[in-house]
Design a protein around this ligand. Structure first.
Ligand code: ATP
Length: 357
């Protein structure tokens, strides 16, 4: 296995029909999921979809209204947080300002009466893993954001818990540091072999880190799959538009001679006649400029270095984005044709459910 010698091994996490109601609000609605031991699971979704509630229920900081939670095959639904074998890293880091780094890291161990030599051993190991050995006598106020983040991770590491829960741990960091810490957290999880449940609303984090993405929408699990599967086969139009940057285009379809066309155009036919197809999902990176294809007007071309994102208008006011490799210079208002490979078209019905392929 990939667990480091001396480190904790991961434990599986299971939710069986877990709901949480706050008065009239259903924050989590009959959620069932299985996170394999030692894997990295990202809970993803827009603000208010129930991610934090789900994490807090696993931690035992919140009680489920219905359903069961299992960790490592053991029913922990009624257990307090300290007996569940979970470590948690919060968005705010929750460091004590009057304690130095070393004291902050071992605080939880002291509270649990872990003997001093054992605390020292774990502190040394965590400091070595995180490269913060030189910071141990500083106070949190004397650290950068990234260093504070490492201290918060250090606390989770010394807990040697089989499951680690993280709630938007990188949201206070700038973009560059976020990217670095993403890699560090992933490397850490792999090295320790622990099971990770990681909450974010940032689909880039989900794509880059997750073995498994659990996409939540209004308290329900919209799709639960590896990131590459959600990207290639989004189960719904919501999943299609949530994963990928820029998001998938969703073009309204209407019947025409020979098949379905984008509303307000008389061709080309995108797909054969289909009774239920209401929208065609096409990724911006699946569109190309060509002599033939969907007629569109360029609203704006944005050059990003590696590629150019073209915002266009087609049919009767349908907006769409095309992501073209390299630098494409086109004046606003230019007429273009966007070629689409039929294999790159995802079909959704009027309710947003995937039909094909
Ligand atoms: P965000 O990304 O904004 O943190 P989230 O996906 O983590 O959102 P939750 O914090 O789990 O979402 O909240 C889900 C829903 O439950 C929201 O409608 C929220 O207002 C509601 N909620 C959460 N905690 C409570 C509470 N203690 N009392 C009442 N309503 C709550």
């Amino acid at each position: 296995s990939r667990a480091a010698p001396g480190g904790p091994a991961g434990a599986s996490v299971r939710l069986h029909g877990v709901s949480r109601r706050f008065g009239a609000v259903t924050a989590l609605d009959a959620a069932s999921l299985h996170v394999a031991a030692g894997s990295f699971c990202v809970l993803l979704g827009p603000s208010g979809c129930g991610k934090t509630t789900c994490l807090r229920i696993v931690a035992g900081l919140e009680q489920a209204s219905d359903g069961r939670v299992e960790i490592g095959g053991r029913d922990v639904t009624a257990l307090p947080p300290a007996q569940r074998g979970v470590a948690m890293v919060f968005q705010s880091y929750a460091l004590f300002p009057h304690l130095n780094v070393a004291e902050n890291i071992v605080f939880g161990l002291k509270a649990r009466s872990v003997p001093k030599p054992e605390r020292a051993r774990r502190l040394e190991r965590a400091a070595a893993i995180l490269g913060i050995g030189h910071l141990l006598s500083r106070r949190p106020g004397q650290l950068s954001g990234g260093q504070q983040q490492r201290v918060a991770l250090g606390r989770a590491i010394v807990a040697e818990a089989p499951v680690c829960l993280m709630d938007e741990p990188l949201s206070n960091l700038d973009a560059q540091l976020r990217a670095d810490m993403r890699r560090e957290i992933l490397a850490l999880q792999r090295r320790l072999g622990i099971t990770m449940l990681y909450v974010t609303h940032d689909q880039t984090e989900a794509m880059g880190m997750a073995d498994q993405v659990v996409l939540l929408r209004e308290g329900r699990i919209e799709q639960d799959a590896p990131p590459a599967d959600i990207y290639a086969h989004p189960a719904t139009a919501f999943a299609a538009s949530f994963i990928g940057t820029p998001p998938m285009n969703l073009l309204p379809l209407v019947p025409a001679a020979g098949g379905m066309v984008v509303r307000g155009t008389d061709g080309p036919v995108l797909v054969p006649p289909h009774p239920a197809a209401a929208q065609a999902g096409i990724r911006p990176e699946a569109l190309r400029l060509a002599g033939q294809g969907l007629p569109a007007t360029v609203l704006h071309a944005e050059y990003l270095g590696a590629d150019t994102v073209l915002a266009c208008l087609a049919g009767d006011g349908v907006r769409l984005l095309a992501r073209l490799p390299g630098r494409t210079v086109l004046p606003d208002g230019a007429g273009v044709r966007l070629a689409i490979d039929p294999a790159d078209i995802h079909l959704f019905d009027a309710a947003g459910q995937r039909i094909a392929p």
